[in-house]
Design a protein. Structure first.
Length: 429
């Protein structure tokens, strides 16, 4: 019989003792430290990390078939709900036979892509950004992992406001880097409190991580809020890691911030980016970090060790997107705005029962009405009874049991009222 401790299923008491000896924060998970098939031990820092949440949620529907009159609405993962443009895939088809596409690139990425992304950022934000500030990675997750690896070592701290993107917490746990959490502020639309962030900075703090538009909440932080975080980080001598994976899906056409216009932005700001969503190429694995050349030089050491370079064909796809798909990129932005507006309208019904806390880009964060019930129980019931697959808030950190994340980007706007109807049906049950 498994023991339940702090919401986690622990395989045995010895495993729990090992966890407590590590003095690291507990997270909801099913973990196995030892296997009867192994005659060796595994790294306990890795062994204690929760399994990937998306895979866990998808296991809830394994083997199920959904009726045509009530199909599954899958809002558990942030994926585009449409194919990349033919102008992109046809271009790649014309290149795939060239031997060069099968070869390594420079560790930092192909120079034309680095130059194109630097120019794209300078156009969008103003200020000076050059190819020397850019390193291309195999997705934004890798950009984050290599960046934090370059900034902090085991025993040091990185501030990760709640609710966090679960992969970011998982990586810090694997490295023995302590994630210092800042309270979730639903009363402020999910935007962290600047004074609380300032109070969390200590002598071993190395960076502050901010995601805007946010994953999981969808909250879009204003330029003034982002400047406040930037000035705080600068004054306290830590890095501001600003994940702008979803910058192409802002609810307006204004620049997300003006931080790149500061002459010395490179001393504090590190931007993370992904091509996956805007060009619908999640499987090509292309992201980037933008920072000081000295940071790029250090991260390149880790990049060479982990992957040597980002996939060549994916880099060519990203380059094609930046150079030739501006109109399609814009239409993609407008499409997501339509879906966001449709969801917000659908969730405004008076009998919803669920409360919309924040929404933007790809995500909405809702508070369920079933006080005292775990978010996982609510999410399981939603998919079991109402064929709506969302993620429980507890997957995004402590204090999130009252919430669910809805990743609505892959749902056509006409289906948004169905999401609301299924939530309302659950609230009434």
């Amino acid at each position: 019989m498994r023991d339940i401790v702090h919401g986690r299923r622990i395989e045995n008491k010895e495993a729990l003792a090992n966890e407590e000896a590590l003095d690291l924060p507990l997270r909801p998970a099913t973990i196995t430290f030892m296997s009867q098939d192994l005659h060796y031990t595994v790294n306990p820092l890795l062994g204690r990390v929760a399994p990937p949440p998306i895979a866990e949620a998808r296991s809830w529907i394994n083997g199920r078939r959904f009726p045509a009159d009530k199909p599954l609405i899958d809002v558990c993962q942030a994926v585009p709900g449409y194919a990349p443009p033919a102008a992109l895939t046809d271009h790649l088809a014309s290149l795939i036979g060239e031997p060069e596409t099968c070869r390594y690139t420079d560790i930092e990425g192909i120079p034309p892509l680095r130059e194109a992304l630097a120019a794209d950022i300078a156009r969008a934000y103003g200020g000076k950004v050059t190819a020397d500030n850019v390193l291309i990675t195999a997705g934004c997750n890798q950009a984050y992992c290599l960046t934090t690896l370059s900034l902090a070592k085991a025993g040091e701290e990185i501030i990760l406001p709640l609710p966090y993107y679960f992969n970011y917490q998982m990586w810090l746990d694997m490295q023995g880097i302590r994630a210092k959490h800042v309270a979730f502020r639903p009363d402020n639309g999910g935007v962290p409190d600047l004074d609380e962030v300032a109070a969390a900075i200590g002598p071993s703090t190395r960076a502050l991580v901010i995601i805007s538009p946010n994953n999981p909440t969808g909250a879009v932080y204003s330029p003034a809020v982002l400047r406040g975080f930037y000035q705080l980080a600068k004054a306290r001598g830590i890095a501001l890691i600003l994940d702008e994976t979803y910058r192409d899906f802002m609810p307006h056409d204004q620049a997300p911030h003006d931080l790149f216009q500061d002459p010395d932005w490179q001393g504090t700001l590190i931007q993370l980016y992904s091509f996956s969503k805007v060009f619908c190429m999640t499987g090509y694995r292309v992201g980037a970090l933008i920072g000081a050349p000295a940071l790029v030089e250090n991260v390149a050491k880790a990049m060479d060790t982990v992957a040597i370079c980002a996939p060549h064909i994916g880099q060519l796809a990203a380059l094609r997107g930046l150079e030739a798909l501006g109109d399609w990129r814009r239409s993609n932005t407008l499409l997501m705005r339509e879906r966001l507006t449709a969801l917000q309208s659908a969730l405004s019904r008076s009998d919803l029962g669920y409360e919309l806390i924040s929404a933007g880009a790809y995500f909405a964060y809702v508070r369920h009405p079933h006080r005292g019930q775990s978010a996982a129980d609510v999410a399981r019931r939603l998919v079991d009874r109402h064929n709506l697959l969302a993620l429980p808030g507890a997957m995004f950190g402590p204090g999130q049991e009252d919430y669910l994340r809805v990743a609505f980007a892959n749902v056509e706007k006409e289906w948004m009222p169905q999401i609301a109807a299924r939530l309302a049906a659950d609230a009434a049950s």
